[in-house]
Design a protein around this ligand. Structure first.
Ligand SMILES: Nc1ncnc2c1ncn2[C@@H]1O[C@H](COP(=O)(O)OP(=O)(O)O)[C@@H](O)[C@H]1O
Ligand SMILES: CC(=O)OP(=O)(O)O
Ligand SMILES: [Mg+2]
Length: 390
């Protein structure tokens, strides 16, 4: 069985085609990233790492990016038997992957207001796949599913019931990544580690953390929408609600302006004034005060969250860094962990700089790890389980 995994993110569409038998063999994996930035690029490699395409693609929006990706796949690769989609929001109802029927797609349409930066694009991708690969079964895999069993004290906002009745509660995201990371943690560190008190840090363009105990999400930083929680590349993360009220009432910003502000103009980009790309900011920080402040704020907020998750879990056994920043920036990892020795978090700077899988000191109580995430492989596994349950 060939399974295509489609990961519609906020600024990219990533994809992988797997040939599935006993294991999942990558036939091709790639992405169109930088959508709308005028620096877009479509790139893909085959399973041996040979470049199949690497070209500029100035897709101005997700619609044209999606067409470009699927047309390229259709022209170069075998038609998939099944296609799994990352669906960022499953609303209150979806706690596990489902076959995409007309009814499910209709229900997902209703959820668009819950994730306006992600869901319209994913629904568009489902429609395009239906046109281009009419024989393929399609499956929806939800980013929110992993967190649906969070305990009520973490799941609800201190708001009146009437607001909760509208579906306003804490959903949490990056669940496909977290599920994958837990599986990898079990593989590399054993079942006891994966079953313990774990903090998972998915630090990418979108960034979040999850506190996990016995394999279950106990709390996570993103709440109702992917704009909440940690400071991100262009998203503000958590704000005092009074900030939005002030901007609304006193500065007369309308809904569209507030949306743009918290999703696209804040975070690392807003504070530095130059870039939302952590790599750039770390490079220029020594001679740029605003860039340095942006990086420091990012790390401070992440560090503070680890402290609060130590309280939520009653201590931490394992801390995992992942996502583009977590996997590649030894500087950010070091800064985030700085001063956390009182929790047993002590980095071995040599291991950290060399990006080794385990970066803590042998004497530290907490095992600190770097694990590359693979949302596409997780989507493909869940898709296989859904179309051909064992
Ligand atoms: N060596 C590095 N140092 C710092 N940041 C990095 C490095 N490599 C990648 N990043 C950052 O990772 C982010 C992208 O993360 P990624 O998880 O790939 O994004 P997405 O959320 O789009 O999947 C970018 O902000 C990029 O700057
Ligand atoms: C949920 C979320 O933030 O996704 P991404 O990191 O792909 O933007
Ligand atoms: Mg992502």
């Amino acid at each position: 069985m060939d399974i295509l995994a489609v990961n519609t993110g906020s600024s990219s569409i990533k994809f992988s085609l797997f040939r599935v038998s006993e294991e999942f063999r990558v036939l091709c994996s790639g992405a169109l990233d930088g959508i709308g930035s005028s620096r877009g690029c479509l790139h893909a490699e085959d399973g041996e790492g040979t470049v199949m395409v690497n070209e500029r693609n100035d897709a101005l929006d997700h619609g044209s990016a999606c067409m470009a990706v699927l047309s390229w796949i259709a022209s170069r690769l075998p038609a998939p038997d099944a296609v799994g989609h990352r669906i960022v929001h499953g609303g209150p109802q979806y706690a596990s992957p489902v076959l995409l029927t007309e009814q499910v797609t209709g229900e997902l349409q209703q959820l668009k207001p819950f994730a306006p930066q992600h869901l319209p694009q994913a629904l568009n991708a489902i429609n395009r796949v239906t046109e281009i690969f009419p024989q393929s079964i399609q499956v929806a895999c939800f980013d929110t599913a992993f967190h649906r069993a969070m305990p009520p004290e973490a799941r609800f906002y201190p708001l009146p019931d009437i607001v909760r009745d509208h579906g306003v509660e804490r959903y949490g995201f990056h669940g496909l990544s977290y599920q994958y990371l837990l599986g990898e943690l079990e593989r590399v560190a054993g079942p006891d580690a994966a079953d313990g008190r774990v903090v998972l840090a998915h630090l990418g363009h979108g960034a979040s953390m999850a506190a996990v105990c016995r394999g279950r999400s106990v709390d996570t930083t993103m709440g109702f929408s992917p704009a909440g929680g940690l400071m991100m590349s262009t998203r503000s993360g958590d704000l005092d609600p009074g900030v939005l009220l002030f901007l609304l009432e006193q500065e007369h910003l309308d809904a569209a302006e507030l949306k743009a502000l918290v999703n696209r103009e804040s975070g690392l980009l807003g504070v530095s004034g130059t870039s939302g790309d952590m790599r750039t900011l770390v490079d220029i920080a020594p001679q740029d005060d605003r860039a340095r402040r942006a990086v420091e704020m990012f790390c401070y907020r992440a560090r503070k969250t680890i402290g609060s998750y130590a309280a939520a879990l009653g201590g931490i056994d394992t801390l995992v860094f992942s996502g583009g920043i977590g996997e590649h920036s030894s500087f950010v990892r070091s800064s985030v962990c700085n001063g956390l020795a009182f929790l047993g978090i002590e980095l071995d700077q040599d291991r950290n700089i060399r990006n080794l899988p385990c970066i803590s000191r042998d004497t530290g109580r907490v095992d600190v790890r770097v694990i590359p995430t693979d949302e596409e492989l997780m989507i493909a596994r869940l898709t296989r389980e859904t179309v051909a349950p064992v």
